[in-house]
Design a protein around this ligand. Structure first.
Ligand SMILES: *Cc1c(COP(=O)(O)O)cnc(C)c1O
Length: 656
């Protein structure tokens, strides 16, 4: 846990601020997996390569993208991170296999639902090609996308999800083609259907089965496993399938057993237990004479988005995960005296989460209006105003420590009372608008000073007046993005994502901020932060400076967020740049691809508004006004042009 003095230093903004303080405040060590750090300039940098410390200043990438005319928000993919993660996953399994003397190999498959973008899938395949990495699909469209990407006849394509006739047929056609595509049977009726399709094509099918285990996970995705799960075949159903295959003399048809505990496995013990359970099933079937080859432990390898103790963190390493799988399978196989299977895992989040960073820009901050220290109160003021002026004077006069906690609490009560009274008087028509404005500024000035005075004393526990001030003195930073498009899981399941400024990390972040997005939705905000402050409902940020862009990075966006985005308020997909590290380039990187984001025209077409039609309607309105003599033709054309120009623009705010 963060030391208390740290948060005090953060919020009080002492001059002795160091870059290390920023690293601790934004919890970099907890989530960066060594990929992200802060350079001497106080900027966030990324070291994406596995074996070199080559660092890229993210601000350089943002600035180059802007020079190329790409508007924010911007998604930056560090393709090298994908490679590094793939290699680390394989290395962990290789270590475990070598160390334990496990008698078979590991073959990962990448579950494309985590991020189906072609560039991502292609990169993962390229990085894992030498290890024989395969793919996993969970739907018809994913099957169609992945089938042509298998590099050879050994490469696995695990076909999960509910399958209709045409999918089953296509998978078997792939087998006919010599490809290693395995349908994983989710329910017994699917097995019947598979046999029927195999008969149609006159081939012997190969298949896997998703086993419904007694072990279930814990946490958000716990219902993906366990015997009440909506997925998988129960043990009696599995035995029926085996009987049927034996009767047909197709004992080699069943090739793979699979389970999946759900994403972000929290407890490694649960994984061990499930792995042992499925290995028992595997061993018994082998003893019965079946020709099983693969044991697939599903996905769920977790990633830490936050520091320990948070629901968004995990407490095991990649190596521990690999060890848990390898040793559990080995134990059971040894006890049952059966050969060890090829190990398969379907890790998605763990491969892709780190590689993409969303960059958003603060468009402005809603701060409270406060009064300058030299403000002179009016001579003639109604009693409510005078009361606040007095509180303010008392606070201004007090030096550190002079007011006790109970004095401060008493002033809090007076200030609240005065504000309530002012609002009431205004409502009754007894207070002019200007005086109400003055009350507001006096009120916030007092609150600022009160909180500062409380903090100087650093009380433990904090009085409730102080807590209330902490909560209300938060600025809203309006940022150019949509939570619903770019970080859906924050809205849907309250997942936390690390957010931090990309620069000025050598300065103390003295503002307490809540980040709000462009949507007209009160949920369009980030309301939980990864931060060392005990209060995670705000993020410490820097005051905005006029005419200087303030960029925030949202990290670990690569798993699920890229693909689940929703066009709330018609904010569309954001543009992307794909970056590779290279020591030969200025600033250590080059941009390989730029993908434009959705334009206004693109997103409108998705909801069936088409440019031609809209333009025609707009023209008609303008023409009508021109003929009615309300508008000169040149002005009319200007209106149409302004309208039409927007079709090509970004759906977000253009900031340059
Ligand atoms: C979602 C899913 C995965 C991927 O899980 P991660 O936690 O991202 O590794 C793997 N297998 C199946 C069957 C899934 O449904």
């Amino acid at each position: 846990m963060p030391p208390k003095s740290r948060s005090a230093a953060v919020t009080a903004g002492r001059s002795a601020w160091r870059i290390d303080d920023a690293r601790d405040l934004y919890q970099l060590p907890a989530w960066s997996d060594g990929f992200f750090g802060i350079n001497e300039a106080g900027h966030v940098c990324v070291t994406p390569l596995e074996d070199q410390g080559l660092a890229i200043d993210i601000l350089h990438v943002v600035e180059e993208a802007r020079r190329r005319g790409i508007a924010l928000p911007l998604l930056i993919r560090f393709q090298d991170i994908l490679r590094t993660r793939v290699r680390r996953l394989y290395r962990a399994f290789r270590n475990a296999i070598e160390e334990s003397g496990y008698g078979n190999v590991y073959r990962g498959v990448y579950p494309v639902k985590v991020n189906q973008l072609e560039e991502v899938v292609a990169e993962v395949l390229e990085a894992g090609g030498e290890f024989g990495i395969g793919l996993e699909s969970g739907s018809k469209a994913e099957l169609i996308a992945t089938l042509p990407y298998l590099r050879d006849d050994e490469t696995l394509l695990i076909c999960n999800g509910v399958k209709d006739h045409s999918m089953l047929r296509l998978i078997l056609q792939a087998q006919r083609l010599g490809r290693n595509a395995l349908p994983v049977i989710e329910k017994s009726s699917e097995f019947r259907q598979l046999l029927a399709v195999a008969a149609e094509l006159d081939i012997e099918p190969r298949l896997g089965v998703r086993v419904r285990l007694a072990t279930s996970g814990a946490g958000r995705w716990a219902e993906s496993g366990g015997y009440r799960s909506k997925f998988g075949v129960s043990i009696p159903e599995l035995l029926d399938i085996v009987d049927e295959l034996e009767q047909r003399g197709q004992t080699d048809a069943l090739q793979l057993l699979h389970f999946h505990l759900g994403s972000q496995i929290e407890d490694i013990q649960v994984l061990k237990q499930a792995t042992k359970e499925v290995t028992q099933v595997y061993a018994r079937l082998l003893q019965r004479g079946l020709g099983l080859r693969y044991l697939d432990v599903g996905g769920g390898l977790g990633v830490s988005y936050d520091a320990g103790g948070s629901p968004d963190s995990i407490n095991y390493s990649l190596q521990e995960y690999a060890d848990a799988v390898v040793y559990s399978v080995q134990d059971v196989c040894a006890a049952q005296a059966v050969p060890e299977p090829v190990l398969v895992s379907e890790s998605g989040r763990a491969i892709t989460a780190h590689h993409s960073v969303l960059v958003v820009e603060a468009l402005g901050a809603y701060e409270r209006e406060v009064l300058p220290p030299d403000f002179q109160p009016p001579a003639q003021a109604p009693p409510v105003v005078a009361g606040l002026v007095e509180c303010r004077a008392e606070l201004l006069a007090a030096t550190a420590g002079e007011l006790s906690l109970s004095d401060l609490a008493a002033i809090c009560h007076d200030v609240e009372e005065a504000r309530r009274e002012a609002n009431m008087l205004f409502g009754l028509g007894h207070l002019p608008l200007e005086e109400l404005g003055l009350v507001d500024r006096l009120y916030w000035s007092c609150c600022d000073m009160l909180l500062a005075a409380f903090r100087r004393q650093d009380p433990d526990p904090q009085p409730k007046e102080m807590q209330a001030l902490e909560e209300s003195l938060v600025d809203r930073y309006l940022c150019n993005f949509s939570v619903f498009q770019s970080m859906l899981d924050h809205w849907a399941i309250e997942q936390r994502f690390p957010v931090m400024p990309l620069a000025r990390l050598d300065e103390p972040p003295t503002r307490r901020a809540m980040i709000v997005d462009l949507t007209c939705d009160s949920d369009g905000k980030i309301h939980r932060y990864v931060s060392a402050n005990p209060d995670t409902s705000y993020l410490a940020l820097h005051p905005l400076r006029p005419a200087e862009p303030y960029y925030l990075g949202v990290f670990l966006m690569g798993a699920y967020q890229d693909i689940m985005g929703d066009a709330h308020n018609l904010f569309g997909r954001v543009p992307e740049v794909h970056v590779y590290a290279s020591a030969d380039e200025t600033d250590n990187y080059w941009i390989e691809t730029v993908l434009p984001g959705d334009s206004v025209e693109d997103i409108l077409a998705e909801v069936q508004y088409f440019r031609q039609n809209l333009q025609r309607r707009m023209n008609e309105i303008v023409r009508e006004k021109i003929s009615a003599g309300m508008l000169r033709p040149t002005a009319g054309m200007e209106i149409v042009n302004d309208y039409v120009r927007c079709f090509g623009q970004t759906t977000y705010c253009q900031t340059d």
